[in-house]
Ligand binder design. Structure first.
Ligand SMILES: [Zn+2]
Length: 179
């Protein structure tokens, strides 16, 4: 088990749509998944996409069990996730391990139905809402090459532009904010 370096804004792997996982190779992902959990907890995140640790695969992990409403759940591994349905819209503030120090309020769906494969190779179709839904959509955006800052108006994006450039140039050290 190991803590992996988190790839920061500016790295091209965060701007590409990742490849699907070959479901016959899920058994070979065990070490990577363990390392991703180590990394996420070390960075005090609640979600992490594989390309945030430099791996081009449709894989993400989420642990929101510190929140009361999800305390009975286990952390979840999502492989080859597809969104089947999105409902509602709600604005909330987000941050990102790959974009340290920037936070912004953006709209996302309030609930979603997704199909994903878990680390045991089982297919699941599940509805998620609230913060869990938001984290899933944030991580799915990573797997599709998108950042939450892409949703900002051009005026607001101008405000964070120089900070984004700084992160892209320096591989800015993480300050351990959320997703
Ligand atoms: Zn993020």
């Amino acid at each position: 088990m190991a803590v992996l370096p988190v790839v920061k804004y500016g790295d091209s792997i965060l701007r590409k749509k990742v490849n699907k996982v070959d479901i016959n190779e899920i058994g070979q992902l065990t070490n990577l998944i363990d390392d991703m959990f180590d990394t996420m907890y070390e960075e005090e995140g609640i979600g992490l996409a594989a390309n945030q640790v430099g791996v081009n695969l449709n894989l993400m992990i989420i642990d929101v069990t510190h929140l009361d409403e999800y305390k009975d759940l286990e952390p979840i591994v999502f492989i080859n996730t597809e969104v089947l349905q999105e409902n509602g819209s709600i604005e909330l503030e987000e941050g990102c391990l790959s974009i340290p120090e920037i936070r912004a309020t953006i709209p996302r769906a309030e609930s979603i139905v997704i199909r994903y494969i878990d680390e045991l190779g089982q297919s699941n179709t599940t509805e998620f809402n609230g913060m869990f839904c938001r984290v899933i959509l944030h991580e799915l955006d990573h797997l599709n090459g998108k950042f939450f800052t892409d949703y900002l108006s051009s005026a607001k994006r101008k405000l964070v532009h120089s900070k984004l450039l700084e992160i892209a140039e320096d591989g800015y050290p993480s300050t351990g904010v959320v997703l």
